[in-house]
Ligand binder design. Structure first.
Ligand SMILES: [Zn+2]
Length: 144
């Protein structure tokens, strides 16, 4: 889809996130807003709106990608729980928000909502280091 920021990556996407790694059938991104340390998005490679539109042969690899991504996030950030959110009202391209949460921390016990918290942006260097840490953890976990 020409108007989709995931299908046609440009400035809008770059302002929101940066790719960490290409996995089997998806790409993992680290969000610039790190109000939750390690907040990522896992984007499915095809423009599907709903989970049941994912081709049969890609459903399992997508779940494996999700699992690898979460393992990497857990290894780097040690969250008490990762929250998973699939919205897509406006950005319909199938993507999963991965939100590491700490017990007693921001929105603990509540549903994740980006609008509910103040955005936290790291310095460019710290952000790059975080991307590299997740990338390294993905490789270490033996993903793919
Ligand atoms: Zn798309």
């Amino acid at each position: 889809m020409d108007s989709c920021m995931y299908c046609v990556p440009g400035e809008k996407l770059a302002n929101l996130m940066a790719p960490v790694a290409k996995l089997r059938v998806s790409t993992l991104f680290l969000l610039r807003d790190q109000s939750f340390a390690g907040r990522c998005v896992l984007m499915f490679e095809d423009h599907c709106k709903e989970v049941d539109e994912v081709p049969e042969g890609k459903k399992l690899p997508l779940m494996q990608d999700l699992s690898d991504a979460v393992s990497a996030i857990r290894a780097v950030f040690s969250p008490d729980k990762v929250n998973y959110a699939i919205f897509g009202d406006e950005v319909t391209h199938l993507h999963v928000h991965l939100v590491p949460k700490q017990k007693g921390g921001t929105l603990w016990g509540q549903a994740y909502c980006a609008q509910a918290v103040e955005a936290v942006r790291l310095s460019p260097v710290a952000w790059e280091e975080r991307i590299e840490a997740v990338r390294l953890a993905l490789n270490t976990q033996g993903g793919k």
